[in-house]
Design a protein around this ligand. Sequence first.
Ligand code: F6R
Length: 616
Amino acid sequence: MCGIVGYIGKQKASTIILEGLKRLEYRGYDSAGVATQVNGGFELAKKIGRVDGLMKATRAQKLPGTTGIGHTRWATHGGVTDANAHPHISSDQKIAMIHNGVIENYVGIKKFLLTKGYTFQSETDTEVLCNLLAYHYQKEPANAEGSRFLEAVRKTLRHIEGTYGIAVMCADCPAEIVSARKGSPLILGVGDGEYMLASDVSAIISRTQNVVYLKDGEIVHLTAKNFTITTLESEDVSPVIDKVSWTIEAAEMGSYAHFMEKEIFEQPLALENTMRGRFSEDGSTAVFGGLNISAIDFRQVDRFHFIACGSAWHSCLVAEQLIERFARVPVEVDYASEFRYRNIPLSKNALFFAISQSGETIDTLAAMREAQRKGYKVLAINNVVGSTIAREADGGVYQHVGPEIGVASTKAFTSQLLVGAMLALYIGRMRDMSFSSGIEYVKALKGVPDLVRETLKLAPQIKDIANRYAHYHDFLFLGRLTLFPVALEGALKLKEISYIHAEGYPAAEMKHGPIALISEQCPSVFLVSSGEMFNKVLSSMQEIKARKGKIIAIVSANCELPEGLADEVIRIPECHEAALPIIATIPVQLLSYYITVALKLDVDKPRNLAKSVTVE
Ligand code: F6R
């Protein structure tokens, strides 16, 4: 939610910042803006709409300067207007600021600042923070030890309730940027004679792979020559410079039309990377290097709690079924946003998993902190290295699928399903799962990337179906057991990118209400596997057919469907039940993708959404 970029060095800052903002657009695309430092003041350009629009609009305006900050916005306080776009400049013209987060106590601060003569051009909380900094800056003694600008930032932030990732420039301090974070991500890129700040590595990876992941409560002070990191309490911090393991190519679309398409087709490789090095030498169980909890302690866990949001929450519903089935340990799954406020009774030996691709989702982070506050360990399943959830967790599993840029989660979701399946194996093998069942399970998981490759070959058939069904306004997605969460995921994928109303249900639940929607105008996507539920799902399909509902059936290869029952049949490979949800997800991803392409909508940047949801 909102992306921020800062640059200080020898190059033209605005060019580098605009390139960085393009890569951060998935975090928000309501408006974009850049400010650079020029001759004791600021050059500013900001505009509603995409970064491309800003680039065009600023072509004539040269935006010179080698120090600058930029922002791409997902609106919270105040509508989508040029005035509400960032950067904001204080009314005394001393401070320029960009901000990702929410200032909760901005109303009281604004009242105070109005009494001091500060004025406001926008409805944003950020402009209030910017003016509060200007207020503290003018109060700070000019001859104070250290940087007057830095001290003013420190004093300002001590008054702030809420979350922020900010970067600020001061008109009196050429070639300086101060940046700080609390609850919003912030990364410092250490380049060759230059520094960059960003919400996410993808914005800076074209210039450097050396990064410092800043922590909550840290403030970085950049000059053209060096940087220092201190805390809000003025303590020095020794920076740890990490090397990012991926390169710019991973964050580019290559020959694909959209990031979502690229990420769907990347899944075989992504899943191989998730599994790499994570099976025991005897091939009978999973091994995880970073759980930070001994096998003996793991064995004592009497209940697992999974907390997550959105697609990640769907992956938890699959993990729940696999762990309960293969390891016979009870699992609770909660929406992270609900868990925090439900205050559920917890057993003594409970263990938590927080699942989050970005590792920055504020609801998941807050739920995780609540569990930790109660004295429980929380392990993270997370894709973004160095993210807040990864750092605050007591241990965990990195997904290693590379950057996911399409707003709709695809490869991160199937990788979460895979980690869940591996956990079920790991926990199962500590309990009743036999050596030979373990061997069979591992073999099945190792075969998943090839089965995904095979399933992806269905793309032309699914594209054809999508073209014929794109004009419908409602869809049902139906499945049973582990295919029910896949139905939920299919419905979410479709509605979030194509804006078509879709609902996911356990197939048998459909007759308890949703069947009222069925008509020729509301197709149902059935997820059907061979096995104990097959005949029951067939009955549900018959009930739909009897009401003239169209049926798209995604069916395991060996299932024999009665002639004419389904209008469209998509055959997926037969596989082990731990692999099934992953394989069945591929057609629902492709269906949503191709329907959205047929509707000529913006696949990678659907309206109202942002990739990483850092507000409650
Ligand atoms: C849907 C989607 C979202 C995310 C959710 C959690 O396609 O991407 O539902 O799954 O916002 O995000 P993370 O996993 O980053 O915590």
